[in-house]
Design a binder for this molecule. Structure first.
Ligand code: NAD
Length: 479
C-alpha cells in the first residue's frame, strides 16, 4: 500500500522523513490506507508554500476570492459521495451522516463566500480633526488543528472563514482521520484556489501539530480538541504571541421540564447524546428531568436507546456506528465501570455487541445510568462515548445549579412549553450555546463556542471573520 501523500503548495508531497502510519476503519478494524507521517520539515515546506500562495490570494478583492470559494463549494458538491464514503471508511460514522457533513462543508464555503463581501471596517468619529477608519486585514498563515469526530465538517468551519478573509491555511487533521482533509486539499486545486493557499499536513499532534503551533511565521492557531490538549497548545503558542482560538470539550446538560413536548423531547434527547456514537463535544450527556416526569422519561429513553440500530455504517438503516477505536471504547467502558463502582445504576447498554460482523468493530451499546451524583467522574468528565447520565430535579433553581456544576460550558438544551421559564433558564445556564426545545447546537450563520473550559473564541457566523483578521486603525488628519 502506497502512503497517501501530504498536500503542499498545490501538489502531492511525500513526507521528508519517509515514514507513514496506518489508517483503520473502526467498523471492521481493517487498515484502509497509509498516511504520510509529516513533521517539522514538512511544516516548514508548507509555510514556504503558504507564503507564496498568500502573495496572490491576499491581493484578490473579496469578490474574486468569493468566486473561488463558490467554485470550491461546487466541486465539493460534485464529489459529495466520494468525500462521504472516505469519511465513513475512516470514522465509522453512518454514511447518511457523512453525506450531511459533506453538504455542510459546501454550505460553509458558500456562507463565507457571501459573508466576506459584506464584511468591512468602520468610520469612527474621533475628537481630533480628521477621518478615522478601520481596515480588516488577513492575519497571514493560519494553522488549523482538528479532531477526529467530525473531521471534514470542523475543518470547514475553520478554512472557509480563514480563506474568505484572505489567509492561507495549513490544515492538520487528527492522525486517526486524515483521508477527507487530503481529498479536500486536492479538490481545492480543482476549484482553482492558488497553489499554497490550502495545505494539508498529516501526522501526530505531538510532532506535526506542535511544529505548527511553534512556527514563528504562523500567525494564528485555530484548534478543536480536548481541553487538556488545548491548554498545552495555548502555552506553546504563548512565546510567539500567536492568536489562538480553542474549541474544547463539553459535558452539556439537557434540562427537561414536565410540560415539555414529551415524544419530541425523548427522540431528540436520545440522538443528542448517542448520535455520532456520543463522540460529540455538544453531546447532551447529562439529562436533568423534573421529578414528576422522571420515571416516565427514563423508561422512554431506555426503551428508545435499546432500539437504536447499531450496524454497518454503509447501511441506510444504521443509526449508530462504532467508536473511533478500541482504545476509545476502553476509555468509555472504564468511565461506566467507575460510575457503577461508585453507586450509579446501569439501566441499559455499555457492552460490546456480539455477532453479525459487529464484534470486529469498536461498537458499544448506548448506555443510560441513573443514581448519579455530582461528585462522580461520570458526571464531571467528558466521556466522549454513548453514555447518558440521568438525574431528577425538584425545581428550576436546582436544574440550573446542576447544569452549572461543571468545568465545561459548551451547549445546553431546555425543554419546556413555558417561554418565560425557558428564557430564564437560558440566561442562567453558563454555556456558549443554549437550544430551547431543540438539540441543535450549530447553525452556520450563528456564533458557536464555549464558556469556561469549553474554549476561547467563537467559530461560525460573522464572528468567525473577526477571528481571522487583524483590525488596523487609520487616521487621516484634516489640514
Ligand atoms: P485531541 O485534543 O486529542 O486532538 C485534537 C487535534 O490536536 C488532533 O489533530 C491532534 O493530532 C492535535 N494535537 C494533539 N496534541 C497536540 C500538540 N501537542 N500540539 C498540536 N496539536 C496537537 O482531541 P480528539 O481526541 O481528536 O477529539 C476529541 C476532543 O475534541 C473532545 O474533547 C471533544 O469535546 C473535542 N471537540 C470539541 C469541539 C468544539 O467545537 N468545542 C468539537 C469537536 C470536538
Amino acid at each position: 500500500m502506497k502512503p497517501e501523500p501530504l498536500w503542499i503548495g498545490g501538489r502531492e508531497a511525500a513526507a521528508r522523513g519517509g515514514e507513514s502510519f496506518p489508517i483503520r476503519n473502526p467498523a471492521t478494524g481493517e487498515t484502509v490506507a497509509l498516511a504520510a507521517l509529516g513533521g517539522g520539515a514538512d511544516v516548514e515546506r508548507a509555510v514556504a508554500a503558504s507564503r507564496e500562495g498568500l502573495a496572490s490570494w491576499s491581493r484578490l478583492g473579496p469578490r474574486d476570492r468569493a468566486a473561488r470559494l463558490f467554485a470550491f463549494a461546487s466541486v465539493v458538491r460534485k464529489n459529495i459521495r466520494g468525500l462521504a464514503e472516505a469519511e465513513t471508511r475512516n470514522t465509522g460514522k453512518p454514511l447518511r451522516d457523512s453525506l450531511d457533513e459533506a453538504g455542510v462543508v459546501a454550505d460553509c464555503l458558500e456562507y463565507y463566500a457571501g459573508a466576506v463581501q459584506k464584511f468591512f471596517g468602520e468610520t469612527i468619529p474621533v475628537t481630533d480633526r480628521g477621518l478615522d477608519f478601520t481596515l480588516r486585514e488577513p492575519i497571514g498563515i493560519c494553522g488549523l488543528i482538528v479532531p477526529w469526530n467530525f473531521p471534514m465538517m470542523i475543518a470547514s468551519w475553520k478554512f472557509a472563514p480563514a480563506l474568505a478573509a484572505g489567509n492561507a491555511v495549513i490544515l492538520k487533521p487528527a492522525s486517526l482521520t486524515p483521508l477527507s482533509a487530503l481529498m479536500l486539499g486536492r479538490l481545492s486545486k480543482t476549484a482553482g484556489l492558488p497553489d499554497g493557499v490550502f495545505n494539508v499536513i498529516t501526522g501526530p499532534g505531538e510532532t506535526a501539530g506542535r511544529a505548527l503551533v511553534e512556527h514563528p511565521e504562523i500567525g494564528k492557531i485555530s484548534f478543536t480538541g480536548e481541553t487538556a490538549t488545548g491548554a498545552g497548545i495555548a502555552a506553546l503558542a504563548a512565546p510567539s504571541i500567536k492568536r489562538v482560538s480553542l474549541e474544547l470539550g463539553g459535558k452539556s446538560p439537557n434540562i427537561v421540564f414536565a410540560d415539555a413536548d414529551f415524544d419530541l423531547c425523548v427522540e431528540r434527547s436520545v440522538f443528542s447524546v448517542f448520535g455520532n456514537a456520543g463522540q460529540d463535544c455538544c453531546a447532551r450527556s447529562r439529562a436533568f428531568v423534573e421529578r414528576r416526569l422522571y420515571k416516565r422519561f427514563v423508561e422512554a429513553v431506555v426503551e428508545r436507546a435499546r432500539r437504536l440500530r447499531l450496524g454497518d455504517p454503509r447501511s441506510p438503516k444504521t443509526e449508530i456506528g462504532p467508536l473511533i477505536s478500541r482504545a476509545q471504547r476502553r476509555r468509555v467502558e472504564d468511565h461506566i465501570r467507575s460510575g457503577v463502582g461508585h453507586g450509579a445504576r446501569l439501566l441499559c447498554g455499555g457492552t460490546a455487541p456480539e455477532g453479525k460482523g459487529l464484534s470486529r468493530g469498536s461498537y458499544l451499546r448506548p448506555a443510560v445510568l441513573d443514581r448519579v451524583r455530582p461528585e462522580m467522574r461520570i458526571f464531571r468528565e467528558e466521556i466522549f462515548g454513548p453514555v447518558l447520565c440521568v438525574m431528577p430535579f425538584k425545581d428550576e433553581d436546582e436544574a440550573v445549579a446542576l447544569s452549572n456544576a461543571s468545568d465545561y460550558g459548551l451547549s445546553a438544551s431546555v425543554w419546556t412549553r413555558d417561554i418565560g421559564r425557558a428564557l430564564r433558564v437560558a440566561r442562567a445556564v453558563k454555556s456558549g450555546v443554549v437550544s430551547i426545545n431543540s438539540s441543535h447546537s450549530v447553525h452556520l450563520e450563528a456564533p458557536f463556542g464555549g464558556y469556561k473550559k469549553s474554549g476561547v473564541g467563537r467559530e461560525l457566523g460573522f464572528k468567525a471573520l473577526d477571528g481571522y483578521t487583524e483590525v488596523k486603525n487609520v487616521f487621516v488628519a484634516e489640514r
